[in-house]
Design a binder for this molecule. Structure first.
Ligand SMILES: Nc1ncnc2c1ncn2[C@@H]1O[C@H](COP(=O)(O)OP(=O)(O)OP(=O)(O)O)[C@@H](O)[C@H]1O
Length: 255
């Protein structure tokens, strides 16, 4: 039997009087694309923050790749193979797209700063390897032709793809995408769907939080639904679409 890559076990998060996430249990398996949907304020971002380590649970635990990561730092989680993007994009204005991804590749850099400073052959070889890796990642997200442009010279959709590229540079086993299609038009969303499929095709599990239902229904193999912090459904897209509780809480007449 395949073991889950990530297992959330009765996760609870309270912010003072606000009970943002309630006894959430959820499994994510290697290479699958799981959607997390729900109305505004239902706890989706808090869940991503709990998984990425940006916030700690009030109770409950997280198991990742057979290890309990409940108390593991963000850096430790990235090293273990967890990466995320954010609802808002953050860019270094003067950096090219290639620079952004190459910088993110440093999380897997095999040489020491001393070897770099002394320009040892092994450090030069590692640098060349990391630049080639950065170029290949930009190609995977359709940004190869824009590699030398700065972040401010590309469209907001391309900036969002760049955020995915920098997350991929950390070589994740699980990628969390927080509203990746925000601000994208139909053509850009279609490209994003293909990119997400390509990522999971390489064995990386993806969790997508997104309000754009057509994208979620098209790209996800499974969808979990939150309402008032509680999971109310976790099923195949076609069953989620027809689930009366989900329709009442969230979908309404939108699908
Ligand atoms: N740092 C915080 N301090 C206090 N309350 C918070 C904090 N973060 C989230 N909340 C509250 O927790 C609840 C869940 O918020 P969360 O942002 O996780 O929902 P969401 O489903 O991601 O919403 P949206 O779709 O609008 O982004 C909300 O009531 C929110 O106001």
């Amino acid at each position: 039997m395949v073991k889950p890559l990530l297992a959330l076990r009765s996760l609870d998060k309270r912010f003072g009087g606000v009970h943002a996430v309630k006894a959430l249990s959820l499994d994510i398996y290697p290479g699958e694309v799981v959607g997390l949907i729900g109305p505004n304020g239902s706890g989706k971002s808090t869940t991503v923050n709990l998984i990425s380590g940006a916030t700690s649970p009030t109770s409950g635990s997280l198991i990742f790749n057979d290890h309990d990561i409940t108390a593991t730092s963000i850096v430790g989680r990235v090293a273990a193979g967890l990466a995320r993007t954010f609802q808002t994009t953050t860019l270094f204005g003067e950096f090219s797209l290639l620079d952004h991804v190459a910088l993110a590749c440093h999380s897997r850099y095999a040489q020491t700063s001393w070897a770099d400073a002394l320009r040892r052959p092994a450090a030069k070889a590692e640098f060349a390897k990391q630049m080639a890796k950065a170029e290949s990642i930009l190609d995977r997200v359709g940004l190869a032709e824009s590699a030398q442009l700065t972040g401010s010279e590309v469209s907001s959709a391309q900036q969002r793809l760049l955020m995915i590229a920098t997350a991929l540079a950390t070589e994740p086993k699980l990628l969390l995408l927080d509203e990746p299609a925000a601000g994208m038009v139909a053509k850009e969303r279609a490209e994003l769907s293909g990119i997400i499929r390509g990522i999971c095709g390489q064995g990386i599990a993806v969790m997508v939080i997104e309000h754009h239902m057509a994208l979620i229904m098209e790209v996800c193999e499974r969808i979990a639904v939150l309402n008032f912090g509680q999971k109310i459904a976790d099923d195949l897209p076609e069953l989620i679409r027809a689930d009366p509780a989900v329709i009442e809480a969230y979908l309404g007449a939108s699908v």
